[in-house]
Design a protein around this ligand. Structure first.
Ligand code: PLP
Length: 464
C-alpha cells in the first residue's frame, strides 16, 4: 500500500491541487443542497443525515482521499449554519473572507508551529509584525499576543493582572462576557464583583461606589467595548478616569468592537481604549477571519514577562543567547498555529480602507435594519445599534413566543437569529457581520421572522 502524498515541499502543491478541486466541488454541492442559512429539520434530522453519510468513521479499509473528502465535506456543508448566507445572523459568527481562507490553507500546508524558531523561522517574524501593527493601533509602544479568541485573551489578561498585582478583585458590569467569570474561577481569583448595567453599559456611579468600598484591595476593572448581547460600548473615558482615581488596573474586552479601530468613521467610539492596560480583540468576528484569530494587546510589552518559560528542547538558554528567538513566552500553548498569516494577508490585501469599508457596511446595514423595525408596527426595536447588533421582538409577544419563533426559524432552516435578554425581556438578536447584505435581505429577514409566528400547518416531513 503506498503512502498518501504530503502537503508541503515542492511536490505538495501538485498533490493538493486535485484534492482542492474535490473539496471546492463538495462545498458547492453541499451549499446548493442546503439551499438556505442552515439545514432544515432540526437537530435530530441533521444528526441522522450525518450518521447515514458516515456510518463508519474508522473503516477497516480506507475509502481514499477523493471519496472521503467528497462525502464528509459535502455532508458538513449541507448541514452547516453558513454565515455567508444573508439570513444567518445569530452570533458573532463571521463569514470568513475568501482571501483569509486561502491564506489559512497555506498555513495548514506549511504547518509552522509558533513555539520555537526552528519550526517557524519566517512565520515567527510575520507574527511579530502583525501583533505589533495591531497593538500600535492602540498604543505607540504596545505589543500583542495571538490567541484562540476572546476567551483565551480574557484569561491571559486576568492571569497577567494577578501576576503583577496579586489576587486582584475583578470589578465588572453585569453585561460582562461569561468568560471573565470563568477565567476568575480558573485562576483562583475572588468571584468578580458585578456592577449594575441597567442601560446596557456599566453604571458609573455604582462603579465609583464599588471601587471606593473595595479599596485598598488590588483591583482590576473589566470594561466591554461591544457586548455580545447588544453590541453596547461602555463609556471608556469615564471608566478610565475612575480607574485612575481608585488605582485600579483596566482591561477592556473589545472582542467585538476592537476592529472599529480600523474605521475612521467608527474609531472615535473607542476613545479611551488607549487608557487600558490590556485589550482583548477578536478578528474572527468583525475581522472576517476563519476561526481562530484572537489577540490580547498590552500597553506595556514588559507586562508579558510573567509568561516567560523555558523548556530545553524549545528555547534553551544557550540557544537564546546565540540569537535564536525565544517564542515560548508568547503563549500558554506549546504547539501553535500561524494564525498571523491569514491576518497579515487580509490586512495587506484589503488595506486600512478596504477593512474600514467592510466595517462601515455592516454598521450601516444594522442601522438600516433598525430603521425597518422601527417603521414596522408589528415589531418593537430594543434600540438603535452601537455596532452591528439589532434586538427586536413582535410587539405583543411574550418571552415564550419570542423563544418559539427563534426555534421555529431554526427548525425550518429559514433564518438563524440569536436571543438576548435586555430590559428584563427576551429579544430576537440579529448580529450583522455579512458585508454583502442588501436592503432586500433585511426586508426578507423581517418578513420571514413575522411569518414564523403563525404555526405552520401540520405536515409530514420537514416544511421549509
Ligand atoms: C465573543 C466574545 C468573547 C469570547 O471570544 P471567543 O473568541 O468566542 O473566545 C469575549 N468577550 C466578548 C465581548 C465577546 O463578544
Amino acid at each position: 500500500m503506498h503512502s498518501p502524498p504530503l502537503a508541503g515541499g515542492t511536490a505538495g502543491p501538485a498533490a493538493l491541487r486535485p484534492l482542492l478541486d474535490v473539496v471546492l466541488d463538495a462545498l458547492h454541492d453541499g451549499a446548493k443542497t442546503r439551499g438556505g442559512p442552515l439545514p432544515r429539520g432540526g437537530p435530530q434530522a441533521v444528526a441522522q443525515r450525518v450518521r447515514a453519510a458516515a456510518p463508519s468513521i474508522l473503516p477497516a479499509h480506507g475509502t481514499g482521499a477523493e471519496e472521503a473528502l467528497t462525502t464528509l465535506v459535502r455532508t458538513l456543508a449541507e448541514g452547516a449554519a453558513d454565515p455567508a448566507e444573508p439570513h444567518c445572523a445569530a452570533h458573532l459568527h463571521t463569514p470568513p473572507l475568501a482571501v483569509a481562507t486561502a491564506a489559512d490553507l497555506a498555513a495548514a500546508a506549511l504547518n509552522p508551529s509558533l513555539d520555537s524558531w526552528d519550526q517557524a523561522p519566517a512565520a515567527s517574524t510575520l507574527e511579530t509584525l502583525v501583533t505589533q501593527t495591531i497593538a500600535h493601533e492602540i498604543w505607540p509602544h504596545g505589543d500583542a499576543l495571538v490567541t484562540t479568541g476572546g476567551t483565551e485573551s480574557n484569561q491571559l489578561a486576568l492571569l497577567l493582572a494577578r501576576e503583577h498585582h496579586g489576587p486582584v478583585q475583578i470589578v465588572c458590569g453585569a453585561h460582562t462576557h461569561h468568560s471573565i467569570h470563568r477565567a476568575a474561577w480558573l485562576l483562583g481569583l475572588p468571584r468578580p464583583v458585578t456592577v449594575p448595567a441597567p442601560t446596557g453599559t456599566t453604571d458609573l456611579t455604582a462603579l465609583d461606589d464599588t471601587l471606593t468600598r473595595l479599596h485598598p484591595h488590588p483591583l482590576l476593572v473589566v470594561a466591554t467595548a461591544g457586548t455580545t448581547d447588544t453590541g453596547a460600548i461602555d463609556p471608556l473615558p469615564a471608566i478610565a478616569d475612575l480607574c485612575a482615581t481608585h488605582h485600579a488596573a483596566l482591561h477592556v474586552d473589545a472582542a467585538y468592537g476592537g476592529p472599529l479601530l480600523f474605521s475612521d468613521r467608527h474609531r472615535p467610539r473607542l476613545t479611551g481604549l488607549e487608557r487600558a492596560h490590556t485589550v482583548t480583540l477578536d478578528l474572527h468576528k468583525l475581522g472576517w477571519q476563519p476561526v481562530a484569530a484572537g489577540l490580547l494587546a498590552v500597553a506595556d510589552p514588559h507586562h508579558l514577562t510573567p509568561l516567560t518559560h523555558t523548556a530545553d528542547y524549545l528555547n534553551a538558554d544557550d540557544d537564546t543567547e546565540a540569537g535564536l528567538p525565544d517564542l515560548l513566552g508568547r503563549s500558554l500553548r506549546t504547539t501553535r498555529r500561524p494564525d498571523a498569516l491569514k491576518i497579515a494577508v487580509t490586512l495587506r490585501a484589503l488595506g486600512r480602507d478596504g477593512l474600514a469599508h467592510l466595517i462601515d457596511r455592516v454598521c450601516a446595514s444594522a442601522h438600516h435594519l433598525a430603521q425597518l423595525i422601527d417603521e414596522e408596527p408589528q415589531l418593537e426595536l430594543y434600540r438603535h445599534p452601537d455596532i452591528s447588533t439589532v434586538l427586536f421582538r413582535p410587539r405583543d409577544a411574550d418571552d415564550d413566543t419570542v423563544a418559539h419563533i427563534r426555534r421555529t426559524l431554526l427548525t425550518h432552516g429559514t433564518a438563524v437569529l440569536g436571543r438576548a435578554r435586555a430590559d428584563g425581556r427576551l429579544w430576537l438578536k440579529a448580529t450583522l457581520l455579512n458585508p454583502h447584505l442588501t436592503p432586500h435581505d433585511l426586508h426578507t429577514l423581517l418578513a420571514t421572522t413575522l411569518n414564523a409566528r403563525t404555526p405552520p400547518p401540520p405536515t409530514k416531513g420537514t416544511p421549509r
